[in-house]
Ligand binder design. Structure first.
Ligand SMILES: *Cc1c(COP(=O)(O)O)cnc(C)c1O
Length: 417
């Protein structure tokens, strides 16, 4: 008899897992290379696959599931709204949007919230707003605006955004791309200063670069960018889509260094892992440049999204998720730090968010993630050797400890090979 959790595979008949993977591979383009696990349910920090195996989710959908799977408060908010009304379009008002934008603006200490759906749309919207502000307020010559962006950036997958990526996988064969972006090394205020001219409207920066491998800039970088942007009358736009909303132990990663950008770009966790919700958050002197008919989205600000987003904001307003990420993050960094030298080259990050560089002699990040998966832990590699851990903030301390123990076990397993 098979013990519970083991796959029941009859010879000649594909397992449920293989069948699901095959169906996806046949009818969906291969623009991802997922680990061979087929998730069917999730609760808190844990997911269960179609064959009943349980895994600790240490990716949390790239921080979109910061509050865990099926959080009771978020599910209740969504269900209540499902029974009322879900979509009205912005041609009419709905009774949820005003609450959402008021409470999110208060959380961020800003006047206004421009609601959108995906992260990439928030970035696109931020670019449009910055350009319109440049022409209408700063007085930049028509069609001449430029925006300074960082090497190694990840801001999404639309054609404008991949046009200023320096990852060939992101941009190759997807051009031609529009002008108006200048790339400088990440972490170098002097390089930004050199790139700024009278037509610069914004500096677009991730406070911590997530996709690049959880890259934390020097402590004086963001304060330096803030000072420079103020001096040069350029908007500082912080893409907090992955770093924001509790992940780093603060509401925004910018808070960790006492910096307030002109615009926050938010997404991922803002939708509570239930619906896509994104936003550009800033003051009225910037977001107020948009006039009727100049920007929009059929689904942006819909009542279902607003109801879930409001509940997310209320959870963060209490400060508990941030405090928990800070506390558990300190423990995670301390325990992983002790493994540096034993097959781990470096550990970086903030709060409950780490990038672990695996010694190439022990194998790739992907191989490492496959071994973690076999032990019941789901994580994602990035850029070859880096394994990224970003468990839901609701993760139990004991489960987190267990994950580190399993990671250490994988390290000794591969070094003994
Ligand atoms: C994920 C991400 C985006 C894009 O968000 P999507 O919802 O996938 O469009 C943009 N910026 C950062 C920093 C991200 O991590």
């Amino acid at each position: 008899m098979l013990h519970s959790g083991a796959a029941a595979v009859t010879p000649g008949i594909r397992s449920t897992t293989d069948a699901a993977i095959a169906a996806e591979a046949e009818h969906s383009p291969h623009n991802y290379h997922p680990l061979p696990v087929v998730v069917s349910t999730g609760e808190g920090a844990w997911v269960t696959d179609v064959e009943g195996r349980r895994y600790l989710d240490c990716l949390a959908a790239y921080s979109a599931v910061n509050f865990g799977h099926s959080h009771p408060r978020l599910v209740a908010a969504a269900k209540a709204q499902l029974d009322r009304v879900t979509l009205t379009s912005r041609a009419f008002h709905n009774d949820q949007l005003g609450v959402f934008v008021t409470e999110l603006a208060a959380l961020a200490g800003k006047d206004m919230v421009l609601p959108m759906n995906t992260g990439a749309e928030a970035v696109e919207s931020g670019i449009k707003v910055a350009r319109a502000w440049g022409y209408r307020v700063k007085g930049v010559a028509s069609g001449e605006a430029n925006i300074v962006v960082m090497a190694g950036n990840f801001h999404g997958r639309t054609t404008t955004i991949v046009g200023f990526s320096d990852d060939p996988d992101a941009y190759n064969d997807f051009g031609p791309f529009g002008p108006g972006f200048r790339t400088v090394p990440y972490g170098d205020v002097g390089a930004i200063a050199a790139a700024i001219d009278e037509n610069t409207v914004a500096v677009l920066v991730e406070p911590i670069q997530g996709e690049a491998g959880v890259i934390v800039p020097p402590a004086d970088f963001l304060p330096g960018v803030r000072e420079l942007c103020t001096r040069e009358r350029v908007l500082m736009i912080a893409d907090e889509i992955q770093s924001g909303l509790g992940r780093t132990g603060a509401t925004f990663a910018c808070d960790l260094v006492g910096v307030v950008p002109d615009l926050y770009l938010l997404g991922k966790a803002l939708g509570g892992g239930i619906v896509p919700v994104s936003a550009v958050v800033g003051d009225a002197d910037i977001l107020g440049v948009l006039r009727p008919g100049q920007h929009g989205s059929t689904f942006g600000g819909n009542p279902l999204a607003a109801a879930v987003g409001t509940e997310v904001v209320r959870m963060l307003a209490g400060g508990e998720p941030q405090e928990r990420a800070r506390m558990l993050g300190a423990r995670l960094h301390e325990r992983l730090g002790a493994l540096v030298g034993d097959g781990i080259v470096a550990v970086r990050g903030a709060g409950l968010w780490v990038g672990i560089d695996i010694d190439p002699a022990l194998g790739t990040g992907r191989e490492f993630c496959e071994r973690l998966m076999a032990r019941g832990i789901l994580a994602k590699d990035t850029h070859g050797q880096t394994v990224r851990l970003a468990p839901p903030i609701v993760v139990d301390e004991a489960d987190l400890d267990w994950a580190v123990d399993e990671l250490a076990a994988v390290l000794s397993e591969v070094s003994d090979r």
